[in-house]
Design a protein around this ligand. Structure first.
Ligand code: ATP
Ligand code: LTN
Length: 329
């Protein structure tokens, strides 16, 4: 049987091109090589406060986005995390396998708890235990994610090995899958911070639903480095390197080809071409997104099917886990 691939996105807001380039584009590229489970991780989303009506809408829109980027529902299963209760169950167990010190080191926790300093939830802290459960429940071998999730993946591997050595071989130790270029798209307003759905300013990201005019405006206002040439130098000129990475993904051109294309030209020309390329990249996704959003019956059918398939596998795994640990009778 083919190896299993698992990945997920939090339904916290509309997806941005960082999510697309770093994660979803790879999902679409490799889906035919694996049995795939793509999860809308709503239980992760509630680790920071969410409005219930908006959350439910985001759950459906995120699932529709998976389809819009090209996930084939006849081959892959798409489902909503909270509909398969074994995620919570194994998440609890994983929180007893992880150590405080290990979780305290997680960068995402440090960043987000600083943002929600007044009311950091316990769930935000134990978040990586739930993520490990998502992955380990299904004997996942490969997890395509952006670079920011590598630390969580490494912890998942540690927890799987620790569980196996305490209770006997139970979990497969998964591998991350990362884009060679574009695993970390930076904010348009600040090339030192990753592009994020929960950024305060919408001008720091391009949402996959942004209209052409909005895309043009956001790119024309994107910060650039001192210097005028279009040359790739990630260390010294991170802003232009980030824009070139986006252009690379939108056009398929290599950095050398991009440098050649804009030799003797300035930021103005480059930004114009970049905006056109991003509009072109997002156009088919936006069309498909609208189609799936306007056909809730089809989306329901796909998510029901995905839930049932995930449920069956998760139940079987939890039986084994409980038996190994001596839980229940
Ligand atoms: P939030 O701001 O709500 O935490 P996010 O923008 O970080 O959201 P997630 O739902 O946490 O998005 O991530 C979904 C997927 O997109 C993950 O695989 C993550 O690694 C990837 N990803 C997120 N941001 C970026 C980015 N700036 N560049 C590349 N990949 C990214
Ligand atoms: N933590 C991830 C979302 C996520 C995930 C997963 C990704 C939750 N469970 C399992 C891959 C596999 C994030 O914030 N992007």
């Amino acid at each position: 049987m083919a190896d299993l691939l698992f990945s997920g996105v939090q339904p916290t807001n509309v997806l941005h091109i960082g999510n697309y380039i770093g994660a979803l584009k790879q999902w679409a590229d490799v889906q035919h090589r694996y049995r795939c489970l793509f999860c809308v991780v709503d239980l992760h989303a509630i680790t920071v406060p969410q409005d219930p009506a908006k959350l439910r809408k985001n759950v459906l829109d995120t699932a529709a986005a998976y389809l819009a980027v090209g996930i084939d529902p006849n081959r892959s299963n798409i489902f909503v995390q909270s509909e398969v209760k074994e995620h919570t169950e194994l998440g609890w167990i994983m929180s007893t396998i992880g150590k405080m010190g290990e979780l305290e080191r997680m960068t995402q926790y440090k960043d987000k708890s600083a943002k929600h300093a007044e009311n950091t939830s316990v769930g935000l802290f134990s978040y990586p235990a739930l993520m490990a459960a998502d992955i380990l429940l299904y004997d996942t071998t490969v997890v395509p994610v952006g670079e920011d999730q590598l630390q969580h993946l490494e912890l998942t591997r540690v927890l799987a090995r620790r569980f196996n050595s305490h209770f006997g071989e139970t979990f497969v130790v998964p591998q991350p899958l990362i884009q060679k270029v574009g695993a970390r798209i930076m904010g348009l307003d600040d090339p030192t911070k990753k592009m994020s759905k929960s950024a305060i300013s919408a001008s720091s990201y391009i949402a996959i639903t942004d209209e052409p005019e909005v895309i043009k405006k956001k790119i024309s206002r994107a910060v650039t480095d001192s210097g005028t040439t279009i040359e790739y130098d990630e260390e010294n000129r991170p802003a232009i390197a980030n824009l070139m990475t986006i252009y690379h993904h939108a056009t398929g051109k290599s950095m050398k080809e991009i440098e050649k294309e804009f030799a003797g030209k300035g930021y103005g020309d480059f930004k114009k071409a970049l905006a056109e390329a991003v509009i072109y990249m997002l156009n088919p996704i936006q069309k498909k997104l609208k189609e799936f959003q306007s056909d809730p019956a089809e989306l329901t059918k796909i998510l029901d099917r995905g839930r049932d398939a995930a449920q069956e596998a998760a139940e079987a795994k939890m039986k084994i886990v409980k038996e190994k640990m001596g839980l229940g009778r």
